[in-house]
Design a protein around this ligand. Structure first.
Ligand code: B4P
Length: 196
C-alpha cells in the first residue's frame, strides 16, 4: 500500500487537491471532515455531538475520529493505498494511525504539508461559506478559532512525522493547477513504492 497524509490548516486546499490526487493515483480518499459531515446530514447521535464542536471551530474527540478511520480502513481491504485528508489532527491520532496501519503491515509513506498565510485562509473559507452551506465557514470568529485549534493541537503532528523524515512542505498559494503539479512532483519521487 502507498499512503499519503495531505496536511495543512483549514482552508489550505486539502479537500480541493485530494479530489484530484485520488483520481491520478488511484488511492482511496479518507476525509474525516467528510465522514463527520455525512454523520451530521444523517442526523446520527455521533453527528449531532460532532456538530456542536464543529460549529464552535473545535476538534471532535480523538476516540471518535480514530474509530471512524479504523472502520474505513477495514471497509477497504483491497485499496492500493489511502490519502488521509484532515487526519491525523493531533499527536494521539497520529500514533493511532501508525498502529492501525502497522496491523495491516503498512505505514505512512509521505506527508505533504500545504503552507498558506492566515489572511488567505480566512479569505478562502469566508468565500466558500457564501455557497457551501457549511455553518463553520460563515463566521469569521469560528474560522479564526479553527486556525487557533490548528496551531495549538495540529501543527505538532508535522513534527511527529519529521522525526521519520517523511514531511515535504508545499507552497499552498497560487493556482490550484500549479499546486497540484508540485504535489504530484513530490509523490512521483516515490514511484517505485506506488507501483510496487
Ligand atoms: P475539514 O473538513 O477537514 O475542513 P477544512 O479544515 O476546512 O479544510 P478543507 O479541506 O475542507 O478545505 P480546503 O482547504 O480544501 O474539517 C472541518 C471540521 O471537522 C474541523 O474544524 C473539525 O471540527 C472537524 N474534524 C475534521 N477532521 C477531524 C479530526 N481528524 N479530528 C478532530 N476533528 C476533526 O479548501 C478551502 C477553500 O479554499 C475552498 O473553497 C477551495 O475552493 C479554496 N481553495 C483551495 N485551493 C485554493 C487555491 N489554490 N486558491 C484559491 N482558493 C483555493
Amino acid at each position: 500500500m502507498f499512503n499519503i497524509i495531505l496536511f495543512g490548516p483549514p482552508g489550505s486546499g486539502k479537500g480541493t487537491q485530494s479530489e484530484r490526487l485520488v483520481t491520478r493515483y488511484g488511492l482511496k480518499h479518507l476525509s474525516t471532515g467528510d465522514l463527520l459531515r455525512s454523520e451530521i446530514s444523517r442526523k446520527t447521535d455521533l453527528g449531532m455531538e460532532a456538530k456542536k464542536l464543529m460549529d464552535k471551530g473545535q476538534l471532535v474527540p480523538d476516540s471518535v475520529v480514530i474509530g471512524m478511520i479504523d472502520a474505513a480502513l477495514d471497509a477497504n481491504p483491497d485499496a492500493k493505498g489511502f490519502l488521509f485528508d484532515g487526519f491525523p489532527r493531533t499527536a494521539a491520532q497520529a500514533e493511532a494511525l501508525d498502529n492501525l496501519l502497522a496491523q495491516k503491515h503498512s505505514a505512512i509513506n509521505t506527508m505533504l504539508a500545504l503552507h498558506v498565510s492566515e489572511d488567505e485562509l480566512v479569505r478562502r473559507l469566508l468565500k466558500r461559506g457564501e455557497t457551501s452551506g457549511r455553518s463553520d465557514d460563515t463566521n469569521e470568529q469560528v474560522i479564526r478559532a479553527r486556525i487557533v485549534e490548528y496551531y495549538n493541537k495540529t501543527a505538532a503532528v508535522a513534527d511527529y512525522y519529521k522525526k521519520f523524515n517523511k514531511v515535504e512542505i508545499i507552497k499552498g498559494e497560487g493556482s490550484i493547477d500549479s499546486i497540484f503539479q508540485f504535489l504530484c512532483h513530490e509523490i512521483d519521487k516515490h514511484k517505485p513504492e506506488i507501483v510496487g
